[in-house]
Ligand binder design. Structure first.
Ligand SMILES: Nc1ncnc2c1ncn2[C@@H]1O[C@H](COP(=O)(O)OP(=O)(O)OP(=O)(O)O)[C@@H](O)[C@H]1O
Ligand SMILES: [Mg+2]
Length: 382
């Protein structure tokens, strides 16, 4: 536009023929352009260039279907959208499109037909890039999901803790009474019955201890601990528990920062994870146990910056966990194993111990490929 002919640059706003061009060329947040009746691009604006990456030279004279995903273009979506605009007066759509560099973006699109004296001469098209809004919504949904999950675990934890305490008190009375009776009844069938009852009560006590761990009511004896050193000491036990057909690989970093956890509970947690991995690989496979320092974000924390943690990972290439079950595996008594094989308390111990130690577990699993569970512990600051 040659503004030198004008007395004052502001005069251009009074020139109707130039107003439109000025308006459209000043907009950079929206791609605003015209198509002819077949969808061939006739005009282009800086917004189009900013959003899609193409210059006017690249696109004017070509069909607008080039912006659609190849599968949508092949399915005739661009022409269908033009038809909708012509027949219904407007086509509004949110859909994925491709930029010049091949990247995809979510576009909010409005197509209006342009009629001149009752003849369809083309279309006005306005496109906005709403990828960021979409991503932000997804992030929000993820945060809401983890919050909900944390609240659910908290509620189950409270319930479990109350029950486990009461149950434990009752069992203590039962065991004490049985002990007293067994002193008086030394032989005969009654002694055998007392023995059986005692064993059942002790098993019950073990269960209630596991429940206490889940409910974070377990009395922990934390100590400052080098996770690598602790794992090296349990190497043999872990390999033996994994069985002959499973190979256990250790990937332990030296010089890890110390953590402040209960050593026996840590060993029990790793053992629980290894046993789960073993059960998930009935015909053998590999379990990789890794310990390293890493910046990770606690999903329950309101602080959104990742913080340093010591991360202990047990990974297998077993059957994996279906997505709909992943949110439930840490719940007490959730098991997919046959009666007598699993009580569903292994991961509850892992969860309770890790969170009671100030950390959090992470789970990722792909059915048919394997499962990875990471326990993240905060670094010990004396
Ligand atoms: N590594 C894994 N691979 C596949 N599925 C797993 C894995 N770890 C856990 N699971 C699933 O999560 C469920 C719960 O595990 P959890 O350790 O809490 O209980 P369990 O192993 O069934 O019984 P328990 O540990 O009390 O003997 C398992 O039954 C299984 O379905
Ligand atoms: Mg288990």
């Amino acid at each position: 536009m040659d503004v030198t002919e004008l007395q004052h640059p502001k005069d251009v706003l009074n020139d109707e023929s130039r107003q439109f061009a000025l308006l459209v060329n000043s907009v950079t947040d929206y791609a605003i352009y015209m198509l002819d009746e077949h969808g061939v691009i006739r005009t282009w604006n800086p917004g189009g260039q900013r959003i899609k990456g193409y210059t006017a030279e690249d696109v004017v004279g070509t069909n607008f279907s080039r912006f659609y995903l190849p599968e949508d273009a092949a399915a005739g979506v661009p022409q269908r959208n033009l038809r909708t605009a012509a027949t219904e007066g407007r086509c509004i759509e949110d859909g994925w499109r491709v930029r010049q560099d091949g990247s995809r973006f979510l576009a909010s699109v409005v197509i209006d037909p342009i009629w001149v004296d009752g003849v369809l001469v083309g279309y006005a098209k306005v496109t906005r890039d709403i990828t960021e809004r979409h991503d932000a919504q997804e992030r929000l949904q993820q945060v809401q999901h983890s919050l909900l999950q944390a609240q659910k675990m908290e509620a189950i934890g409270k319930l479990t803790l109350g029950l486990a305490h009461d149950f434990n008190n009752l069992l203590t009375i039962i065991v004490n009474c049985l002990d007293l009776i067994s002193v008086r009844v030394k032989d005969g069938p009654a002694a055998k019955l007392i023995e059986t009852a005692l064993r059942a009560a002790e098993r019950g006590a073990l269960l209630s201890r596991q429940l206490l761990t889940f409910g974070r009511g377990q009395k922990l004896s934390p100590e400052s601990l080098d996770v690598t050193a602790a794992l090296r000491e349990s190497k043999e036990l872990l390999q033996r528990s994994a069985g002959d057909t499973v190979n256990v690989v250790f990937n332990l970093d030296d010089d890890l920062p110390l953590v402040f956890v209960d050593r026996a509970q840590l060993e029990a947690a790793v053992l629980n994870l290894v046993c789960n991995s073993r059960d998930a690989m009935p015909s053998g496979g590999t379990i990789t146990i890794t310990a390293r320092a890493q910046d990770t974000q606690d999903p329950a924390s309101t602080n959104h910056a990742p913080e340093p943690h010591v991360c202990l990972t047990v990974e297998d290439d077993g059957e994996g966990i279906p997505p709909d079950k992943q949110a439930r595996v840490f719940e007490p008594f959730f098991t997919t194993k046959p009666v007598g094989r699993g009580s569903g308390l292994g991961l509850s111990q892992v969860f309770g111990f890790t969170t009671q130690s100030g950390g959090f577990p992470q789970l990722s699993s792909v059915p048919g490929e394997g499962t990875r569970i990471t326990l993240c512990f905060p670094i010990y600051e004396p």
